[in-house]
Design a binder for this molecule. Structure first.
Ligand SMILES: [Zn+2]
Length: 245
């Protein structure tokens, strides 16, 4: 095994509590290229608004499908998502902090996930503001509707017309901060660090940071170890090594 992989393995063995931090990189690998185009469209058309959705519910659903749902329900979890499930099962990581809203960690089977930007599992009715929690409502081929009043629902983290959204996002970020504050080791995978100041500032001074990313990011300076490689290959090597050992 390469020296830097051995180093990561050593850090993981020495760590009592390891957290993984993930971003769009692990989903892009697996068919989220559409997201980039969609985000441009979302911003230009202001589709995440009550007025747009009430007039154009099925168009909104089509945008959601391209941006998130296709990756989640058609492509499914990537190799890295699955490896993280296995690492949690083995007790080698205790949780995942992610900027992704695509629910793919949960779909893959990870249990302890902090989605600090929210996700489309948490929804709100644009009419009566009833909340519901199930990502599967988005996998029925049409716009999901409120069980109480029949109006369209939307992800709460996009619902800018109410301060409910702020509370949801505050709680979500706090969960990420609490996880980071507990960790002896943070393994950063496929994220360039969107809003990372808010959670990484809470990492303990003696905790270690390892980054696995083919390109440079803002984590480079803070990391004890930067591994410039494909995350699936690195985790595969480390996990097989642990199994043999
Ligand atoms: Zn309703």
């Amino acid at each position: 095994m390469k020296d830097e992989y051995l180093k990561l393995n050593e850090f993981m063995e020495q760590s009592g509590k390891t957290v993984a931090v993930t971003g769009a990189g692990i989903s892009y690998l697996y068919g989220m290229r559409r997201l980039k185009q969609s985000v441009g469209m979302l911003n230009s058309r202001r589709v995440f608004s009550k007025s747009y959705i009430s007039k154009n519910p099925e168009e909104f659903y089509a945008v959601m499908w391209d941006a998130f749902l296709y990756a989640t329900f058609v492509k499914g979890p990537s190799t890295v998502h699955k490896q993280l499930v296995e690492l949690e099962r083995r007790g080698q990581i205790f949780g995942i902090v992610t900027q992704n809203m695509d629910c793919l960690h949960t779909v893959a089977g990870s249990k302890n996930v902090a989605e600090f930007q929210g996700s489309f599992a948490d929804n709100i009715c644009i009419n009566c503001q009833s909340r519901s929690y199930d990502y599967n409502v988005w996998n029925q081929g049409h716009m999901p509707r409120c069980e109480k009043c029949g109006a369209p629902i939307m992800p709460t983290s996009f619902y800018t017309e109410s301060n409910i959204r702020d509370a949801v996002l505050r709680t979500a970020m706090q969960k990420a901060i609490d996880m980071i504050a507990e960790a002896d080791l943070a393994i950063i995978i496929g994220t360039t660090g969107f809003r990372s100041e808010e959670y990484m500032s809470r990492i303990r001074p003696n905790a270690r940071i390892v980054q696995i990313n083919p390109s440079e990011t803002k984590f480079d300076a803070a990391a004890d170890l930067n591994i410039r490689a494909n995350a699936a290959d690195v985790l595969d090597a480390v996990m097989n090594h642990t199994e043999e050992g």
